[in-house]
Design a protein around this ligand. Structure first.
Ligand SMILES: C[S@@+](CC[C@H](N)C(=O)[O-])C[C@H]1O[C@@H](n2cnc3c(N)ncnc32)[C@H](O)[C@@H]1O
Length: 266
């Protein structure tokens, strides 16, 4: 996902999800004066600055927005130079980087990022360690990352590249298992929702561009394998995804299951 310019033209769904989620849940959070806030997986920074910041601006000391992809962080720094927000590189699975912010944040947000993590327990531990006591998290992510199944099914030609993104098979967790992970970390879950969201792509090529904008394989694969990989994505995703309609005009309406969590550190 290191093509910020491509991503920024393909993230209407992410904007919708963030706004709906914040509108529905932000009032549930308890604020003190001058809070430190983190946004994990900020991508090119547009959701952070256009959706999150306006809603919390009067409550914060600092909003730190992080992403593991340096190109995304560079783009965000170039495009959104606002005094309240600092964009930084951080991999939420890397405990040593997170250590720098031990018990620093009052609130941690994350929109549509954590389904890329291969180790959810590590992610939860790192988030927990960066929160102050009584700190709150408000996070959304996809219940299933459809790319992980595709990566697993790719033949040998692709497997050496897959290792860089998905070093080991990623188990698909049920909602109960996910809740247990979060509670075992030490959080008290206030709200755990599974939300179904429909999103229509105007045609197959529009769908493939949206997939390309979020799929890191395109960054890792040599150019001569891109076309072959795209045709695999087209075949396996469109066939395997629970799409609702593939009408004569070619529209694709996809069903996404999103997990939305509000929890508190005790
Ligand atoms: C789909 S984008 C979401 C961007 C933004 N939050 C939004 O809602 O538009 C997911 C982002 O998460 C980042 N990401 C994935 N795994 C990450 C990790 N382990 N640590 C930090 N960022 C990560 C990706 O680089 C990508 O920019």
């Amino acid at each position: 996902m290191d093509r910020p310019k491509l991503y920024i033209n393909e993230n209407t769904l992410q904007h919708e999800i963030a706004l709906e989620f914040l509108t529905k849940n932000l009032l549930e959070l308890k604020w003190k004066l001058n809070e430190n806030v983190l946004d994990i997986g900020c991508g090119p920074g547009d959701v952070t600055v256009k959706k999150l910041l306006p809603l919390i601006q009067d409550k914060i000391n600092k909003l730190i927005a992080v992403d593991k992809c340096s190109e995304m962080v560079e783009f965000a720094n170039d495009c959104y130079n606002v005094p309240e927000v600092e964009f930084q590189i951080m991999d939420i699975q890397d405990s040593s980087t997170c250590l720098f912010y031990t018990e620093y944040f009052n609130k941690i947000f994350s929109f549509m990022c954590l389904h890329w993590a291969v180790d959810q327990q590590k992610v939860m531990n790192n988030i927990y360690s960066m929160l102050k006591s009584d700190g709150e998290i408000l996070i959304t992510f996809l219940k299933y990352n459809p790319f992980f199944k595709i990566y697993e099914s790719l033949d040998m030609e692709f497997q050496k590249y897959v290792k860089n993104i998905m070093p080991k098979p990623v188990p698909t967790l049920s909602s109960e298992e996910l809740k247990a992970h979060i509670e075992n970390t030490g959080f008290k879950i206030i709200k755990f929702e599974e939300i179904t969201k429909l999103f229509t792509h105007k045609n197959t090529s529009d769908f493939l561009s949206a997939m390309k904008a979020v799929d890191n394989m395109y960054h890792i694969l040599p150019k001569n394998l891109h076309e072959k990989y795209t045709s695999i994505i087209q075949k396996t995703m469109i066939k395997g995804w629970n799409f609702i309609e593939y009408s004569t005009v070619g529209k694709l309406t996809l069903k996404y299951t999103i997990i939305a969590i509000h929890a508190i550190k005790y």
